[in-house]
Design a protein around this ligand. Sequence first.
Ligand SMILES: Cc1cc2nc3c(=O)[nH]c(=O)nc-3n(C[C@H](O)[C@H](O)[C@H](O)COP(=O)(O)OP(=O)(O)OC[C@H]3O[C@@H](n4cnc5c(N)ncnc54)[C@H](O)[C@@H]3O)c2cc1C
Length: 379
Amino acid sequence: MSAPVVIVGTGLAGYNLAREWRKLDSETPLLLITADDGRSYSKPMLSTGFGKNKDADGLSMAEPGAMAEQLKAEVRTHTRISGIDPGHKQLWIGEEAVPYRDLILAWGAEPIRVPVAGDAQDAILPINDLEDYARFRTAAAGKQRLLLLGAGLIGCEFANDLVHAGFAVDVAHLGAWPLERLLPVEAGQRLADSLAALGVNWHFGRTGKSVEATAAGYAVTLDNGEIVAADVVLSAIGLRPRTQLAKAAGIPVGRGIQTNGLLETGAAHVYAMGDCAEVEGLNQPYVQPLMVQARALAATLTGTPTPVVYPAMPVMVKTPAHPVAVLPPKIGAVGGWQVECSDTGVCALHVDEAGRLQGFALTGSETGRRNALAKEVAA
Ligand SMILES: Cc1cc2nc3c(=O)[nH]c(=O)nc-3n(C[C@H](O)[C@H](O)[C@H](O)COP(=O)(O)OP(=O)(O)OC[C@H]3O[C@@H](n4cnc5c(N)ncnc54)[C@H](O)[C@@H]3O)c2cc1C
């Protein structure tokens, strides 16, 4: 039998690519390999699951066996790739060599760990997949006080979801306002105020220094010496594309695994997509880019080389207390924010010297303008 197309990863990137490719090629053998349990789920649901009272099983959409059947594929679960040998078109699972026709790296990003001292460092939980979520649900059952480290997109969504679910939520964040890399201060402040009104207790400019177990739970010391008592400590300080195995195989990596517009890495027959990929210099860890990548790569794998072409892709932050929509300006864009605030929201437009719209940050009622403004940016 000829060597299969092998996809490493059964996240949204891996499964969407498999689906798109099967529309074009229903015959070539397909093997999906994943370190986790291979269930199909939508990762964005993890940060709205608690409020909806969904446990991990409730968020799972399909078992790996059902996915295998649907995709006419073999799905190997709880199987970790340990190396790639592009010269021989094979990968390693421990001692086992697996040949491939084409290899697609869709193995995602991993949570950055908070460097803390103390005897209970392991109590800090990241939530980056369904299994993390299950672990968190178990840890949080019957508990009251929750400390979140980090107020980026994922941290803000969890803060909203968990305060809504009835937890007393403290958030320690190094920035001076939430989402400071995406939002000007006025917009970030509005989001912070809306979450504070629900009960979120903010600690800006702060990070965790140490975590100790106490009789009642955990004591987390912040970098100003303040001690926050918590039953559960969640970390959402950011994700880092998984690059190590690619680098070890001699495949060029930067922030992510570097690819050209066809998603080709520096090694022949090896592609990368989704959270692990840096496509033409850009790592975009969101769903919409990976959907565009999946369609383009499916065509490329079927013999029609197709570069990714992105539409303008605003990102919605799922904070119902005060929703946010952002379209960040391109890296290196020169310009500044023009901010208008009303009682119900903030409209911040990133404009260059010639008055051209390069990006935006909208909150509250202003988020309704996102599609119209996205068209303007694209034009
Ligand atoms: C809480 C949360 C909320 C989010 N909300 C949104 C949102 O609202 N909108 C949006 O656009 N984006 C959102 N995102 C981002 C979005 O979910 C991700 O961009 C997307 O899910 C990434 O998919 P992926 O398939 O690239 O990676 P992953 O889903 O991380 O999949 C990686 C896969 O690779 C496997 N793997 C890793 N290493 C190995 C190995 N060595 N061997 C074998 N298998 C391996 C893993 O087991 C897994 O199957 C959110 C993310 C989080 C965490």
